[in-house]
Design a protein around this ligand. Structure first.
Ligand code: HEC
Ligand code: HEC
Length: 441
């Protein structure tokens, strides 16, 4: 987090526009509607059983909808049974305002901003928007939708088995040429195999590439729509002067922007495109999240995870190391993750529903993550670096951070909040949940 942003937090509330809050929630343009169909289409995975929404469900704030998974490993199984990635799904909402990944020099260090994913590696360099670059990933990721070839995605979007699921057809938006491809007879067979290859002429391969890019842009259009980025929370109504916060919510807001320093990173100033507050400045920090002992990645086959139980999530530093122009900054960004939006952070299904927080889902309640910010550097270290949150709380310790390098110690760790103040912050966070609409599931 950078220092100049601290100043903004104080005066932010007065600056906010309410343009988004008054838009109708359910109107989608044709391209947005098409993007919605693609986002919810389980056919777009190798076993026809996984859509984007399986890991990003609207009813829980566009993140993982399975309470049991959230309570344990927090990582969602891919289309191929038994295969898991290594991180918790962040919200896929409020991801489109993130700027194209870049850095600015501040106090003689490079401050990275923007991109999608916890480590920013969906930069937006390809399609001009990080969310569109991001959308090209999951369909082909072996631990997610696992299709063997982008041609399979194009084939299934252009020729849906359940045409009713596509009230707007791909060609309605992108023209007939987009799907005018000579498919080989064995395309269905090839797309059902992890090592399948779709044989195409050079001309058709070029068309597939451009249609695939347009599929990604279509998904990003949906993600940028008012059905996803609703700005319809109680807090938005408060900013618009239409609702009051309770005394406790107000206390929480004041702590959030003041003593607890949350708004230093989860900023309340306008978004990069003049959006209402997004509760992230799209920068990166190492807040010291401990290892999640239940992360299924630790026990993945060695071809996926050669380090086994010794695997450490490098965060932003890991991505920077892969890029020649950024590699010099990798060490100083090791262990940092993108500041997530806090919009919908409490949105859930029912009272006993568990949500997971942090890049690996270590934290199982808002109260507990706020308690961590408050006491990380006050409590003794747990004897075992692999200690579940529930056990750490019982033993009154915190496990060592997964990575101790680059740990933020000026803005957190010993906030001196009382138990009641922690509760007030949680109460405030609950005002950030958008209203639900009929199509949420
Ligand atoms: C198996 C679960 C799974 C599926 C399926 C899945 N995602 Fe995700 N998604 C994740 C995880 C995990 C991350 C974080 C990965 C990381 O940071 O390395 C993520 C990250 C994202 C982000 C980044 C948000 C941000 O603010 O950085 C977006 C947007 C997103 N997914 C959209 C999609 C779309 C669109 C699809 C379908 C094409 C999809 N996801 C399919 C699990 C999933
Ligand atoms: C120095 C910047 C910074 C400050 C200050 C800060 N956060 Fe965060 N916050 C982050 C980053 C970075 C993450 C993700 C870290 C990770 O997962 O490794 C995060 C994650 C979270 C999450 C998890 C969200 C999710 O979707 O998983 C919550 C909730 C949260 N912060 C709330 C707060 C509150 C409340 C405060 C004040 C008590 C606060 N933060 C202060 C940077 C900050």
């Amino acid at each position: 987090m950078s220092n100049h942003l601290k100043v903004l937090a104080v005066s932010a509330i007065a600056l906010i526009t309410v343009a988004h809050a008054s838009q109708p929630e359910t109107t989608l343009s044709p391209v947005e509607q098409l993007g919605r169909s693609i986002f919810f289409d389980r056919q777009l995975s190798i076993n026809r059983n996984q859509s984007c929404a399986v890991c990003h469900a609207p009813g829980v704030g566009w993140t993982g909808p399975d309470s049991d998974i959230n309570e344990t490993g927090s990582v969602y199984e891919g289309s191929v049974g038994g295969l898991f990635g290594n991180r918790k799904p962040p919200a896929s909402s409020y991801a489109t305002p993130s700027p194209v990944f870049h850095y600015v020099i501040e106090d003689n260090t490079a401050l990275f901003i923007g991109g999608n994913f916890w480590d920013g590696r969906a930069t937006g360099e390809q399609l001009g928007n990080p969310a569109a670059d991001q959308a090209k990933g999951p369909f082909l990721n072996p631990v997610e939708q696992a299709l063997p070839d982008i041609a399979c995605v194009v084939y299934r979007v252009c020729n849906p088995r359940q045409p009713d699921n596509y009230p707007v057809k791909f060609t309605d938006v992108w023209g007939a040429e987009a799907c005018n491809i000579n498919w080989p007879l064995n395309v269905d067979e090839a797309c059902a195999q992890t090592d399948g290859a779709v044989m195409l002429t050079d001309v058709d391969r070029l068309k597939v590439n451009s249609t695939y890019d347009n599929i990604a842009l279509t998904i990003a259009a949906f993600e940028d729509s008012t059905v996803v980025n609703r700005y319809s929370s109680k807090f938005d109504a408060y900013l618009a002067g239409k609702k009051r916060l309770t005394r406790k919510e107000m206390t929480g807001l004041n702590l959030f922007t003041g003593k607890a320093k949350c708004a230093n990173c989860h900023v309340l100033s306008e978004g990069p495109g003049g959006e209402p507050p997004l509760f992230t400045d799209f920068t990166y920090d190492n807040i010291g999240v401990p290892r999640n002992p239940d992360n299924p990645w630790y026990s993945m086959p060695t071809d996926l995870n050669p380090e086994g139980i010794n695997w450490i999530d490098p965060g932003l530093g890991g991505f920077l190391a892969t890029r020649i122009e950024y590699a010099q900054f990798a060490d100083e960004n090791y262990g940092k993750h993108k500041v997530p939006t806090l919009r919908n952070v409490d949105k859930q299904r029912g009272r006993n529903f568990v949500k997971a927080f942090g890049h690996n889902g270590y934290f199982k309640s808002l109260k507990n993550i706020v308690h961590f910010y408050n006491t990380r550097d006050v409590k003794p270290a747990c004897p075992d670096i692999f200690t579940r949150e529930i056990d750490a709380l019982a033993m009154n310790c915190w496990p060592a951070p997964e990575i101790t390098a680059n740990l933020n110690t000026d803005e957190m760790g010993n906030l001196g909040l009382t138990d009641k103040e922690e509760d007030a912050i949680v109460t405030f966070l609950k005002t950030l949940s958008d209203s639900s609409i009929d199509s949420d599931r």
